[in-house]
Design a protein around this ligand. Structure first.
Ligand SMILES: [Zn+2]
Length: 99
């Protein structure tokens, strides 16, 4: 007997045996739905995450965190300064002496 026939019989209550059910899970919050369209709606309802980055003259990116003090680690002014500083220790030391 095919899976489809078993499922149809189960739906009509003709076959009391175990049957197959498909659930559709939102990949973001893991909530399960009986209809794929409901899972798609749930997936699309989740907000997009926003990240803010400082980008230096040389293209170095430093993430800025909202709740950090302006000049503290992760803060806006710290990130803007950090983005312009090299990750190479020697070059960085020279840049700090210059500026
Ligand atoms: Zn969801």
């Amino acid at each position: 007997m095919s899976l489809r026939i078993i499922c149809e019989q189960a739906e009509r209550g003709l076959n009391p045996m175990a049957h197959i059910e498909v659930c559709y899970r939102c990949p973001l919050c893991r909530k399960a739905y009986g209809k794929q369209s409901d899972a798609i709606t749930c997936r699309n309802s989740h907000p997009i995450e926003t990240e803010t980055w400082a980008v230096g003259k040389g293209g170095k990116g430093v993430r800025i965190f909202e709740h950090c003090a302006l000049d503290g680690l992760g803060g806006l002014r710290w990130a803007l300064r950090e983005a312009d500083l090299s990750d190479d220790i020697k070059i960085r030391a020279e840049q700090l002496e210059e500026g």
